[in-house]
Design a protein around this ligand. Structure first.
Ligand code: BV8
Ligand code: ZN
Length: 248
């Protein structure tokens, strides 16, 4: 895919030492994972408030577990797309690199990314409400599932109104404030505190790039907005970096 590179972006791409990438559901869309607010959006059939909150889980654990099992089934059948693989390649193209994701689908890890800040947890992980035990079981003897200690299990994701995992947000802000180049990819920029990372990066002098198929809440604050699919634009950017650095 041919994309337009501004002079400024080419200079930044060539010289950047520290790059951070923050992704949302859009980066997994081409793998077949429904986004939240898109046409096929998960929230369309269900409403976030009804499902992705601890209160909803307390009130109706069966329904909430059903929703997560439905999403796990989708996620277990799909693969990372070229956008995930391009991001995994990014980490070898800069002296310093940090990946931050709002996604709970684990696809970045499957694509080979390592040091990943999972701001909203991981849908494949279960946590016990009593003893805090963590496991990755997919098959449950009973429903809603119980821990071996008898306590109730929950999906180990961050629900609305819940704090992010200890240290995750601080580490993400550290990267946003320290990097020279910040990519926000496939996120509508609605959910806080993740949505504030791009402006923190900008305020600290980073060149901020957005990749999205549409304009978002973040578009007016970025330095460069690429309109298109992350699975096409990210590989084109990786190629350009290699060309600029004589790696091709
Ligand atoms: C917190 C995990 C502090 C679970 C998720 C009022 C009451 C209560 C809370 C609040 C409130 N107002 C604000 C809040 C805070 C709240 C919030 O931000 N609410 C929003 C709705 C306004 N945030 C929280 O509650 C957070 N915690 O603030 O705690 C606190 C706590 C207690 C006491 C005091 C303070 C926790 C938020 C985490 C929620 N968990 N997920 C699960 O997955 O089941 S959120 C979920 O939606 C995702 O994780 C993701 O982070 C989030 C946003 O979705 P996106 O990733 O942006 O996806 P979306 O579909 O929206 O957009 C996709 C984009 O991709 C689109 O732009 C589309 O154009 C683009 N796209 C599509 N295809 C492609 C593409 N782009 C490129 N290529 C493509 N091919
Ligand atoms: Zn337990």
């Amino acid at each position: 895919m041919e994309i337009e590179f501004s002079e400024k972006f080419l200079r930044v791409l060539k010289d950047a030492k520290y790059t951070a990438v923050s992704t949302g559901a859009g980066v997994s869309a081409e793998s077949g994972v429904p986004t939240f607010r898109g046409e096929d959006g998960l929230w369309k059939k269900f409403r976030a408030e009804e499902l992705a909150t601890f209160e909803a889980f307390q009130a109706n654990p069966d329904l909430v577990w059903e929703w997560y099992q439905y999403r796990r089934e989708i996620i277990n059948k799909i693969k990372p797309n070229l956008g995930h693989y391009a991001i995994a390649e990014f980490s070898n193209l800069f002296d310093k690199f940090q990946l931050i994701t709002q996604n709970v689908d684990g696809l970045h890890r499957v694509a080979g990314s390592e040091d990943i800040i999972e701001l909203h947890g991981n849908i494949k992980r279960n946590r016990c409400l009593e003893c805090g035990d963590i496991n990755y079981d997919e098959e449950f003897a009973e429903f809603p599932p119980l821990c071996k200690c008898g306590g109730r299990l929950r999906p180990d994701v961050v629900w609305f109104g819940e704090l992010l995992p200890a240290g995750a947000l601080e580490k993400a802000y550290e990267a946003a404030k320290g990097c020279d180049l910040f990519f926000t990819v496939g996120t509508s920029g609605v959910v806080q505190p993740a949505a504030s990372l791009p402006s923190a990066a900008r305020q600290h002098g980073a060149f901020v790039v957005e990749i999205n198929i549409e304009a978002t809440e973040l578009t007016f604050i970025v330095d460069q907005h690429f309109r298109g699919k992350s699975g096409e634009i990210l590989p084109a950017i990786v190629d350009k970096i290699k060309e600029l650095r004589g790696l091709k």
